[in-house]
Design a protein around this ligand. Structure first.
Ligand SMILES: Nc1ncnc2c1ncn2[C@@H]1O[C@H](COP(=O)(O)OP(=O)(O)OP(=O)(O)O)[C@@H](O)[C@H]1O
Ligand SMILES: [Mg+2]
Length: 253
């Protein structure tokens, strides 16, 4: 089963929210075994899925010693997602870990590829914003590169580069999907970006998620949006996204 990686050329667009809710959707609706892996030193992914804010365990301290990663795995009893947090690390130590991965990227990509190779297992990876050592290490091994864009002015400027493959151009033979997040149909720019993107990338537009207050509330309650507010616009959009991704997974079998 594949390695799905949520990326974005700019920060704050909703990667972590999408990664967490996609993982929960695939686990709950599709009964897949899902591991959600956080490669971002912000270490936020776990908080979307009931993780304990005081728990600093993560894989990064023991990168290079995969046997001890098990101690960092946490299952979210609600969604069934198994979470592998980055862990709590000072920025100095985090930079040191980056240099280890820069020199030996296989210390990161090999264990993730091995996890994803188990039958019925899907690995959903959240990444730091923009280019990063962690993303660079796994990029050549990703099966589905899910680029999250916000329906805002910055994405409007960037999206022609993204849609023509200029961003992440170093990865070839990867299925590219796009998610337009924080879409507000009441704004002119939102409508223009949405129709422009749909026209440009067609079937690769895996989902559109509306801007919705329930998203922030769900995070505050540390629950997937579909559990916190199942009838909300964002929950419906996120369900559609996990359906789209699971159709992609089915197409691989
Ligand atoms: N569709 C949405 N509607 C409303 N709020 C949203 C939506 N998507 C994300 N948010 C909010 O936007 C903020 C940023 O989201 P998130 O942390 O997922 O972005 P990110 O791309 O992972 O950021 P970073 O680049 O720092 O990792 C969060 O407060 C989140 O709750
Ligand atoms: Mg994030």
């Amino acid at each position: 089963m594949p390695l799905i990686c949520c990326v974005s050329p700019k920060g704050g667009v909703g990667k972590t929210m999408i990664a967490a809710n996609l993982a929960a959707g695939l686990a709950k609706n599709r009964h897949l075994e899902v591991i959600a892996v956080d490669l971002d030193p912000q270490n936020m992914l776990r908080l979307h899925l009931g993780g304990d804010v005081a728990d600093g365990h993560g894989f990064v301290k023991s990168v290079g010693n995969i046997e001890s990663w098990g101690g960092a795995l946490k299952e979210d009893s609600n969604s069934g997602v198994i979470i592998l947090p980055y862990g709590q690390l000072s920025s100095g130590k985090s930079i040191k870990k980056d240099s280890v991965i820069r020199q030996k990227p296989e210390l990161l990509w090999k264990p993730l590829v091995r996890m994803a190779a188990s039958p019925g297992m899907v690995v959903v990876v959240d990444t730091p914003p923009g280019p990063s050592v962690m993303l660079q290490a796994i990029l050549p091994h990703v099966d589905l590169l899910l680029t999250v864009l916000a329906a805002d002015a910055a994405s409007a400027v960037l999206y022609s580069n993204i849609a023509t493959g200029k961003i992440y151009s170093e990865v070839r033979n990867v299925r590219r999907g796009y998610v337009l997040n924080q879409f507000d149909p009441m704004t002119r720019l939102g409508r223009i970006i949405c129709s422009g993107l749909a026209e440009k990338i067609g079937d690769s537009l895996f989902g559109i998620v509306h801007r919705d207050e329930y998203v922030g509330e769900a995070l505050a309650m540390q629950q997937p949006v579909a559990d916190y507010a199942p009838l909300s616009r964002a929950a419906i959009d996120l369900n559609n996204l996990s359906d789209r991704v699971s159709r992609y997974l089915e197409s691989l079998t």
